[in-house]
Write a protein that binds this ligand. Structure first.
Ligand SMILES: O=C(CO)[C@H](O)[C@H](O)COP(=O)(O)O
Length: 209
């Protein structure tokens, strides 16, 4: 099981300082969608240059023109690129094809997918690397989480690795770990803590079991 630190509400330089504190406890750094909107793919390139030993995920949440966008993120040295599960199959196939050409991985974010089990099976058959259940900020604010959704995809996904994101904190991580996803994505659960290193270290301990 891997731990991904999601950076969203910071700029690249603040993100780099944050990763310095926790780098030995995480596997993947996410350049979140707000950072890409604010600063472009340069943020991905700068993060990978600062931490060549960590994987860097570009959270582009691609919906269209997938092959092109995966190509551009690859040129910026992203290791993993995200596309939405709600995208057309043609877009997801395009993303997978380009990622394979570039030696990269595709994570499908299932946010806002209504029939999760059916779509997870379909997306799994398209050769993606990760399928991620995700409660975004707008539904977290209404008290929702993705714990049951993780069990749903664990039951149907046969090829891809499984992942979970959205509001996971040290306390709730225990529940998540029981379901054994391949990847746990944590943003505010680390970045919002005073002692980020201590929290990341405890999370790593729980995850590596
Ligand atoms: O992609 C995102 C929001 O769309 C976040 O990166 C993801 O939800 C993880 O952050 P947090 O743990 O703070 O919810």
């Amino acid at each position: 099981m891997k731990l991904q630190l999601a950076l969203d509400l910071v700029n690249t330089q603040e993100g780099i300082e944050l990763v310095k504190e926790v780098q030995e406890h995480i596997d993947i750094v996410e350049i979140g969608t707000p950072i890409v909107i604010n600063e472009g793919l340069r943020a991905v390139k700068d993060m990978k240059a600062a931490f060549p030993n960590l994987e860097v995920l570009a959270d582009l949440k691609i919906m269209d023109a997938a092959g092109y966008e995966v190509m551009k993120a690859s040129e910026s040295n992203a290791d993993i690129i995200t596309i939405l599960g709600a995208a057309e199959d043609e877009s997801i196939k395009g993303a997978v094809e380009e990622a394979k050409k570039q030696g990269k991985e595709i994570l499908v974010d299932m946010m806002a997918v209504k029939d999760l089990a059916t779509r997870a099976k379909e997306v799994d058959a398209l050769g993606v690397d990760y399928i991620c259940v995700h409660t975004g900020y707008d539904l977290q604010a209404k008290g929702q989480n993705s714990f049951e959704d993780l069990e749903t995809i664990k039951g149907v996904v046969k090829n891809a690795k499984t992942a979970i994101a959205g509001g996971i904190k040290l306390d709730s991580l225990k529940e998540v770990v029981k379901v054994q996803p391949d990847l746990v994505i944590v943003g505010g659960g680390i970045t919002g803590e005073d002692d980020k290193k201590a929290v990341a270290s405890q999370m790593q301990e729980l995850i590596k079991g």
